[in-house]
Write a protein that binds this ligand. Structure first.
Ligand code: GLY
Ligand code: MN
Length: 468
């Protein structure tokens, strides 16, 4: 990687990298700004998401009459020295603008109150023209470094929003700023609880690409078993599909082989993939609109569950099916978890892992012993964020009522750590989770990930078909 003269950071914050800075002699300065054809200024078509984003903005406007609102996209984040992480806009900003993978750092969406509602303006740093040093010497935003950037007119045409240069943006006295104002932050988070048709289609797309990525992993499973860090092979194969057909992974891939499956967010992924063991893979592709899937499958490396592996797997499947069976508009979100836990508690009791009846395990005050084997929740909302709507009030989320259009995961699991002395030895080191992404319909849920094999028999056949 080469380096430029400056970044979007102020001079005071900028890392001092002058030890390899090359001077620009006068001959360079005389030639660099001229001799270029006119940049492409053609207006792109309005994006498909634009009318949906307009409706979301109208809902925000109606809720905050007379208030000036600011929704920042966020800034580039430093990884180290003069390298940044890839830019990813704030989810509320993306939701309200429809601007996805190619949004500009430091952009702000502003709602200025008017007699009728709000004037909405998107401020961003328009590309600099080629007479400026930004063009050739700014490694963070200069077009010579990062490639073409859009004009104000092009972004306005694509998103259907008025645009202005960021330099003209001024903070005002009556600002409510997302992430600085609880009422606005909460509102824009809750606005995402029910997905519109565009969002559901994008989530289906994300799931479909994720399904292809899972197939890729199984196709390369043998090579994973042959590498000393086979989990990394799995992670890499998944990431290849995520970058080829999407924007990337929606969160760090969990590629957990053998006992690592018992670590809920195992992302170190430096273990071996061993015949006879299970792999728990929890991964999701984020598509260019930034909507992400979140899918978990647990599969036997050699294509056949051992009897005890199958027993654990089918208990988890039964727990998931119990949540599926009750999911419909009108129930509470938390009932999904309660349904899955009823099955988990029954298994823990039946298998004698805890010397208590299922009823005692489920007792609201003295119970919960079974949660030792599944400490996480059964469901979370899914959308632009893998854990979507994170600032919604508890009464709208965990205690909230399911509505048509909500999208969430159903993902029970059972995890028996290798050193858990409360379980028989044959269970130790087995972890299984099954995670699907569902959308609430008029009378139930539709499983967006139904095409990915799910029962123990289907999973075995899947591995056997693609491996080798
Ligand atoms: N996919 C990881 C999680 O839901 O926490
Ligand atoms: Mn999840």
């Amino acid at each position: 990687m080469t380096s430029g003269e400056s970044t979007t950071k102020t001079e005071a914050e900028a890392p001092v990298n002058v030890n390899r800075k090359q001077p620009f002699p006068q001959g360079f300065l005389d030639t660099i700004s001229t001799g270029w054809a006119e940049p492409d200024n053609s207006a792109p078509a309005l994006i498909e998401q634009a009318p949906f984003a307009a409706r979301r903005r109208a809902a925000v406007s109606a809720a905050f009459v007379g208030k000036r609102l600011v929704v920042p996209a966020g800034a580039l984040k430093q990884r180290s020295n003069d390298t940044d992480y890839a830019f990813r806009a704030h989810s509320a900003f993306s939701h309200l603008t429809g601007w996805g993978a190619h949004s500009e750092p430091d952009a702000v969406l502003v709602f200025d109150p008017t007699a009728e509602g709000h004037d909405v303006t998107l401020y961003f740093r328009e590309r600099a023209d080629r007479t400026t040093s930004e063009f050739y010497s700014n490694a963070s935003i200069g077009e010579f470094w990062i490639g073409p950037r859009p004009s104000l007119e092009q972004v306005s045409a694509a998103l259907g929003v008025a645009t202005r240069h960021l330099d003209t943006f001024e903070t005002g006295d009556a600002d409510l700023v997302v992430d600085e104002s609880d009422e606005l932050t909460q509102f824009v988070s809750e606005l995402r609880l029910v997905k519109d048709d565009y969002e559901i289609a994008q989530l289906q797309l994300a799931v479909d690409v994720t399904a292809a990525a899972f197939d890729d992993v199984l196709t390369d499973l043998k090579s994973a078993t042959e590498h000393r860090r086979g989990e990394r092979v799995i992670e890499g194969v998944f990431a290849r599909r995520a970058r080829m057909d999407g924007n990337g992974v929606g969160y760090d891939t969990i590629a957990a082989a053998g006992p690592h499956a018992c670590y809920l967010h195992w992302t170190r992924n430096d273990g071996k993939v061993v015949d006879g063991e299970l792999v728990l893979m929890d991964a999701g592709v984020e598509v260019d609109s930034l909507y992400t899937a979140d899918i978990t499958r647990t599969f036997p490396v050699n294509g056949t569950f051992s009897p005890v592996q199958r027993k654990v797997y089918e208990a988890v499947l039964e727990a998931a099916d119990a949540a599926f069976a009750i999911a419909r508009p009108g129930i509470k979100f938390k009932e999904l978890h309660e349904a899955a836990m009823t099955v988990i508690a029954a298994k823990v009791s039946e298998w004698g892992l805890q010397p208590l009846s299922a009823e005692n395990l489920l007792h609201s005050e003295t119970g919960g012993q079974h949660r030792r084997y599944m400490v996480h929740g059964t469901s979370h909302h899914l959308g632009i964020d893998v854990h979507d709507c994170a600032q919604a009030r508890r009464e709208m989320y965990y205690e909230g009522i399911l509505e048509e259009g909500m999208v969430f995961t159903i993902e029970p699991g059972l995890y028996f750590q290798a050193d858990d002395l409360t379980v028989p030895e044959e269970f130790r080191g087995i972890g299984a989770r099954i995670e699907d992404d569902v959308v609430v319909t008029a009378d139930g849920v539709r499983n967006l990930s139904a095409a990915i094999p799910r029962t123990a028999d289907e999973v075995e056949a899947w591995v056997q078909r693609l491996r080798d």
